[in-house]
Design a protein around this ligand. Structure first.
Ligand code: ATP
Length: 449
């Protein structure tokens, strides 16, 4: 953890020295005037500042001190500034608090008392930062590589990723195309603290004959056309993370080679004789049903277990209620940023259409749609017509809770009627309701036994 940084703004050299040594738990920076203070604030981002109000060119007054306070808070509103006021200058201390200072202390300095105020200021700063982080998360963004979601299903996924990020385990991401597998893999790499590169390879996009050389690299002259030695993706990911996308599309012979690499953690370039040790974190992903592929012997079981120490299933967009609207707003903002006269929001019919659409292509399809609609829209708001999503399919999510309940009631009654073979008493028993209630419901919903 980086040490807490404290900035002391004080023009009296003797006091500077005294204060500098008074705090050993912090990284202490010292500035003698406003300019130095602002430069250090920008460069070092301290969380807490102690500020002497009597600064040059007005060392006996407070004008420069207040100007410094205002400039620092304008730059960093969450800064905790503790002002030092001269003896009896109670008024200026109160004014400083009114202008945004966190606390004050009266000179001459009592190091122990000031130490307590400073420690508390760091504590409050940390609590506020944590609160902001939680509020941001609730509003839909997570710390994972700008991933946007408010759905509990997806938040669970991101928490799992964050938890396993620093452990040295292989992770297999399972999810349909466009659900954010690569985004999550990248987020995992960033959260892992590994210093090397994040290297992604899409195993389905590269012809079988080239895939081996892409992964393992080759020596000059290894085959016709190998005019120079080339490092493979695995080697490039040394010290970092190797993301094997569409792992389910790797042909069986290459699966054997990948397995050997995962067991021994060394590679040989094609045409090479030297074993090169590689330290890389392996994350893979597929939209295929690997369990079924293993059962059908199209995917090696031993490789599967090496790749899948942790398996994370990513819900489709349709399984994240409310996320489509949230993402659509974010994508609209992204694709209209800096565009004059561009649409700034969605009309209600557009939001309803986005919510009802099943999004088989998931987040990627949604982003493309919104991007296109942003270009098509000629008003301030994107309409359903701009999105051109067609009619909502049958079975799309009903519009309100009453409709949801009715749909659920109808479904349950139909199922129970079928199981009880149309017998009303049996159906009522299955549903846990009385016969008259069942009759009422069937009448209301126009259902026949
Ligand atoms: N929750 C999200 N928040 C913000 N952007 C997202 C989110 N999920 C996906 N995206 C964006 O959608 C696009 C598709 O995501 P990504 O490439 O990660 O999907 P994928 O599952 O790896 O797809 P494929 O299997 O087709 O390669 C990317 O541009 C990505 O940045």
């Amino acid at each position: 953890m980086t040490p807490k940084t404290l900035l002391i703004v004080e023009d009296d050299l003797a006091l500077q020295r005294q204060l500098r040594w008074a705090y050993d738990g912090y990284r202490v920076l010292v500035a003698a005037d406003r300019d130095e203070a602002l430069t250090l604030l920008r460069a070092e981002e301290p969380a807490v500042v102690t500020l002497d109000l009597g600064l040059p060119p007005d060392p006996d007054g407070t004008s420069e001190g207040f100007a410094t306070l205002a400039a620092m808070l304008a730059l960093k509103p969450d800064l905790k500034v503790i002002v030092a006021s001269g003896h009896g200058a109670h008024e200026s201390a109160l004014r400083a608090i009114a202008e945004g200072a966190y606390d004050f202390y009266a000179k001459p300095i009592d190091i122990d008392a000031l130490g307590l105020i400073v420690a508390r200021a760091f504590h409050v700063h940390a609590l506020e930062a944590e609160n902001r982080r939680l509020a941001e998360r609730a509003a839909g963004t997570t710390a994972l590589g700008g991933l946007i979601t408010a759905s509990p299903e997806m938040l669970k996924v991101t928490r799992t990723i964050e938890r396993v990020a620093s452990a040295d385990v292989s992770v297999l991401l399972l999810g349909a195309s466009g659900t954010g597998k690569e985004l999550l893999a990248r987020g995992l790499h960033e959260a892992s603290g590994r210093r090397g590169a994040f290297v992604a390879i899409n195993c389905a996009a590269i012809p079988e004959t080239l895939l081996e050389s892409e992964l393992f690299g080759h020596e000059k002259g290894a085959f016709t056309g190998a005019v120079k030695t080339v490092e493979g993706k695995i080697e490039q990911a040394h010290g970092g993370t190797l993301f094997l996308d569409e792992i389910g599309d790797v042909p069986l012979p290459l699966q054997v080679k990948l397995l050997r690499f995962l067991q021994e953690r060394v590679i040989e370039r094609i045409g090479g004789r030297r074993a090169i040790p590689i330290d890389t974190r392996v994350v893979s992903a597929t939209h295929r049903d690997v369990d079924q592929m293993v059962a059908a012997e199209r995917f090696r079981e031993d490789l599967y277990y090496r790749l899948a120490e942790i398996v994370v299933r990513i819900p489709s967009l349709a399984e994240r209620p409310g996320d489509a609207g949230l993402l659509a707003r974010a994508f609209l903002a992204k694709h209209t940023a800096g565009v004059k006269g561009a649409a700034t929001g969605f009309a209600p019919d557009a939001l309803a259409a986005i919510d009802a659409h099943p999004w088989p292509g998931n987040v990627r399809e949604l982003e493309n749609r919104v991007k296109r609609a942003a270009i098509m829209a000629d008003g301030a708001r994107v309409t359903a017509a701009d999105l051109d999503l067609g009619q909502p399919a049958d079975g799309a999510t009903p519009i309100n809770l009453r409709a949801v309940r009715e749909a659920a009631d109808r479904g349950a009654i139909r199922h129970a009627l079928a199981r009880a073979d149309g017998n009303i008493s049996g159906t009522a028993r299955l549903l846990g309701i009385s016969r008259p209630t069942l009759y009422d419901l069937m009448k209301a919903y126009d259902l026949q036994p």
